[in-house]
Structure formats: C-alpha cells, structure tokens
Design a protein around this ligand. Structure first.
Ligand SMILES: NC(=O)c1ccc[n+]([C@@H]2O[C@H](COP(=O)([O-])OP(=O)(O)OC[C@H]3O[C@@H](n4cnc5c(N)ncnc54)[C@H](O)[C@@H]3O)[C@@H](O)[C@H]2O)c1
Ligand SMILES: NCCCC=O
Ligand code: NA
Length: 505
C-alpha cells in the first residue's frame, strides 16, 4: 500500500480555519530517519502565533457555529474527519512512516485507530446531549438543582512523536466532542500527519478556530501555550522532564493539566504457561513494537527461574527472525528510531549497561546490512541488577532487560520496583495468581497474558511518575468539561437566617 514517492506537502500553521505563515517566518527541516535525508520542512510557531491561535479559539467558542453546537452537531464533524482519514489512509500511513520511521504495517494500523477514535468520540458527543443537564434530587421542596456539563474552554494539546497522529487524536477527538476549541502542538520530530489533519478539517468545513495546529519547537511553541493565561487546560503526552515544566507553568494560573508520561513497565512470565512461544511473542511485541518507542513498552522481563534458560533460547530464535529494514518495505517489523538524537541516546543506554556489568545477550549495535538510517538491533540484556540504569530508566528504543525470580513475592517486588507506574503485564495460567497480581501492580494499565493491545474505549494513563489523568474512553472526555452546579431557591418563604428588622426600623 505504500506510495513510495508520496510528495511531502508544504504547509503553514493551521489557524482560524486557514493556512498562515508563522509570524517569524521560521521553518524546521523534516528528516527521514530511514535515510537521514531532509524531505521538506514544517513551520515553526512562536509565542506570537500562539497568541493569534488562542484568539481564534476564543472567537470560535463565542460564535454560534461552534460555541452553541449540540453534541450531535459536533459528532457530524468528527465522523466526517474519520471518513476523510480512511479515504486518505494510504497516503497518511506512508507520510507517517517516512516522518517517524514507523513500519508501514503499524502506520496503517494507526490510521485505522485514528478514524475509530474520532468515530468513538462522535458517539460520546451525541451521548453528552442527554447528560448536558442532570437534575439532582435533594428531597427538599424549597430547592431545585441541576448539574450542567459544559466545554471547559480553550484546550492546549501537546503531543509526542512516537504515534504522531494517533497521540494527537487521543486528545483532539474528545476535546472537540466536549465542545472545546483546541490548539494542538505536535512534536517537531514528526508533525506531517498532524498538519494533514488541518487540511482534513479545512476540507470538511470544521468551523474556523475550533481546531488550530501549531507546529514548532517545545520551548518556542509549547511553552507559551502551557503558560498562556487564556488557555484553560493543558493535556500533555511526553517525557517526565517536559511534564514537570508544563505542570510548573500551568500552576502559575492554577490551570488543570493531565500528564501522560513515560514508563519502564514490567512483564512477568510464570512457568505455568502452556505455550512458551506464545509468551515469547508477546514479550517481543511488548518491547520491540514501534521499535520500542512506546510509553507502555514492557521493557523489563521478569522471568521465573525454572524456565529462564529455555525461554531465553526461544526469545533469541524469535528475535533473530525479526525483519529490520526500511519501514516501507513489505513485512518490515522493525524500522529506525525517530532521530539521530534518539539513536545516540539508545546506544548510550546499551554501552552504559555494558559498563555497569550487564551482558548484551543479543543486538546492541547497528544492523550490518543497513549503512544509513537510525537503526538499532533489537537488544536483549541479561545479568542486570536493580541498581543499574538499564533497569531503572526508560530507553524508548528496542532494548529489553531481563531478571529472574523464584517466588511470587519476589516477582511483584521486582515489578513494582520503579518510579514509573504506567503498565504491567503478567503471563500465567493461574486465575487466582493473575487476580493477586492485578491488585498488587502499582500501575494504571494491566495486561494479562498479553502486552500492548490498546482500545479507545478503555482509560489510558498511569500513576507515580508516569503522570495523572486519563486519555481515552469516557474518562478521556471528562477532562475537557466544566461541571457547573445550579441551585435555585423556589420557596416564597424568607430564608430567615437573620432577624428581620421590625416594620418601624
Ligand atoms: N503515557 C503516554 O501515553 C505516552 C505516550 C507516548 C509517549 N509518551 C512519552 O513521551 C516521551 C517521548 O516523547 P517526546 O520525546 O516527544 O517527549 P518530549 O517531552 O520531548 O516532547 C513532547 C512534546 O512536548 C513539547 N515540548 C518540549 N519542551 C516543551 C516545553 N518546555 N514546554 C511545552 N512543550 C514542550 C515537544 O515539542 C513535544 O511536542 C517518552 O517519555 C514517552 O514515554 C507517553
Ligand atoms: N498503543 C499505543 C501506545 C501509546 C503510547 O506510547
Ligand atoms: Na521526522
């Protein structure tokens, strides 16, 4: 399905329903991580453009064509966006792969997920109409009360590069469903498909200012959005250091934020599993899908000692079988990492692990057959201890570290031995044991006998340093709503708290 030489569209910022050159006229090169070549460029917004976009968003909220819409009317726009994404699926998937290095198979699946997520949020927007005004019965005759669910206002959405259009959709779709006006700031490392979302919004006639898309650098475009006094909420997905900066900036205005941050998630494999190969495949998918650049990657394998040697042997056989190539090649299962910076970072983690005394069981280097591009072999590291960097820190690359355990208690202690709390996986046939682990895991997502399947109906997010708040499901929409209580005194009787003045006073 790849259109190999799909032209890279040259776009401006998408503001107020049209393409606008950034005030400072700066642009950022787009680099193809598979070839290291510059393919085009994207506009670089600054604080001046943020101000213009915020004003456009405020106007959209004040105008009837967006600010007074019902959920059912907004659902029509969301469904139209979903249909356009599917119509352009092949082109969008190719652009996503060219920009981020993601395999075409995964980019195509992402586009299906993008469309389904817009459709799902259209359902939620429709359902919101019946929940917009909820009467609350106080069992008091003198009061009539109800609760309104209203759009929160202008939503700032700041997103990462690992699933460029999908991570943006997880925020754009519910923000629009709720009736907010949104400003999306995608990652400067992969923004092409997010700009194409702007073109889709233009084509389907989304009211101007309802969604604005500002590409640019984090400190230049993201920071002024987070600290803008008229942005009412920030929904952020990205790294912990940036999340801290965003929370600090938002705190100055007591602005609500949600943070979807990193992880170092465990996968525990027990010796009671029926089929070793099935568990091996989930272990590989859990850590090497999207070239390991997944916030929820289960990058710590915690393996029952009794099956460790046999399991690792099978893991090696499967790992050697992974096709590493240009992401547009048929059957490619591992592409390059996103950038030269990410490539250097991943290799440094591997060399640090070696220097700390760990063993590189497999991989650890550039694949021999690929001379250009930011490729790293899928890597398995053993002889790891819990004080090593490789055990504690998120690599965000195809690197799995392994530890063994003897008892259940030891396994859960190792699993929870992390500052992060995004996801955990357990592979076991024993139902009671699975329930014990579900309860004991200190994370927001639990996978049982699998790792990574993600559904837009279910809440997504973590605890500890993986952040707070949830994307997806009905929980992903709530954060874009203001809950307003209305209390009406309906009695003709005086309130009688103060002593009424006498007639001649
Ligand atoms: N929990 C999740 O759902 C989830 C999903 C995907 C990625 N992630 C995490 O994202 C990280 C990788 O993504 P990344 O490298 O793009 O993260 P990042 O923090 O470097 O960048 C994320 C976004 O923040 C912007 N940004 C950077 N500095 C900023 C600032 N000072 N103010 C405002 N915005 C700023 C960037 O331009 C980008 O758009 C990993 O840690 C990964 O675990 C988490
Ligand atoms: N499967 C989607 C995971 C998103 C986070 O990186
Ligand atoms: Na890129």
């Amino acid at each position: 399905m790849a259109i190999r030489n799909v032209p890279i569209p040259s776009r401006q910022l998408y503001i107020d329903g049209e393409w606008r050159e950034p005030v400072k006229k700066k642009r950022i090169p787009i680099i193809n991580p598979a070839t290291e070549e510059i393919m085009g460029d994207i506009p670089a917004a600054t604080g001046e453009d943020v101000d213009i976009a915020v004003e456009a968003a405020q106007r959209a909220l004040a105008r009837g064509d967006w600010g007074s819409t019902t959920g059912a009317q907004r659902a029509k726009y969301l469904r139209a966006i979903a249909a356009k994404v599917l119509e352009k699926k092949s082109e969008l998937a190719t652009l996503e792969s060219l920009d981020s290095g993601k395999t075409l198979l995964e980019s195509a699946a992402d586009m299906d997920d993008v469309a389904a997520c817009f459709e799902y949020n259209a359902d939620l927007a429709e359902a919101l109409d019946s929940k917009r005004k909820t009467p609350v019965n106080l069992h008091l005759d003198s009061f009539k009360t109800y609760v309104l669910r209203e759009p929160l206002g202008v939503a700032g959405l700041i997103t990462p590069w690992n699933y460029p259009l999908l991570m943006a959709t997880w925020k754009v779709a519910p923000a629009l469903a709720a009736g907010c006006a949104a400003i999306l700031k995608p990652s400067e490392l992969a923004s092409i498909t997010c700009l194409e979302l702007g073109e889709i919004c233009r084509e389907i006639g989304l009211p101007p200012g309802a969604l604005n898309i500002l590409t640019g650098l984090g400190p230049e475009a993201g920071a002024p959005l987070a600290s803008h006094p008229h942005v009412d909420t920030i929904s952020f997905t990205g790294s912990v250091p940036t999340g801290i900066k965003i929370m600090t900036a938002a705190a100055q205005f007591v602005k609500p934020v949600t943070l979807e941050l990193g992880g170092k998630s465990p996968i525990i494999v027990f010796d009671d599993i029926d089929n070793l190969d099935i568990a091996v495949e989930w272990t590989l998918f859990g850590c090497f899908a999207n070239t390991g650049q997944v916030c929820s990657a289960t990058s710590r394998l915690i393996l029952q000692e009794s099956i460790a040697s046999e399991f690792l042997n099978r893991l090696l056989v499967w790992t050697k079988n992974i096709k590493i190539s240009d992401p547009l090649e048929e059957d490619c299962k591992l592409g390059p990492v996103v950038s030269s910076g990410q490539y250097e970072k991943v290799l440094k983690f591997i060399s640090n692990a070696k220097n700390e005394g760990a063993t590189i069981l497999y991989g650890g280097e550039r694949p021999q057959h690929l001379k250009k591009g930011y490729y790293v072999q899928p890597t398995i590291i053993t002889d790891v201890n819990t004080s090593m960097e490789i055990w504690k820190e998120e690599v965000f690359g195809p690197v799995l570290c392994v530890k063994t355990f003897k008892t259940e208690e030891e396994a859960i202690e190792l699993a929870n031995d992390s500052k992060y709390g995004l996801a955990s996986a357990v592979m076991s046939k024993n139902v009671e044991r699975r329930e014990r682990f579900t309860k004991a895991f200190q994370t927001g997502i639990i996978w049982i006998n699998c790792s990574q399947p993600t559904f837009h109906q279910l809440p997504w997010g973590g605890k500890k340093r993986s952040g707070f708040g949830r994307d997806l499901g009905e929980w992903g929409l709530e954060k874009y709503l203001n809950i307003k209580q209305v209390t009406e005194y309906t009695s003709d009787e005086p309130w009688a708290f103060y002593k009424a003045p006498s007639k001649n006073q």
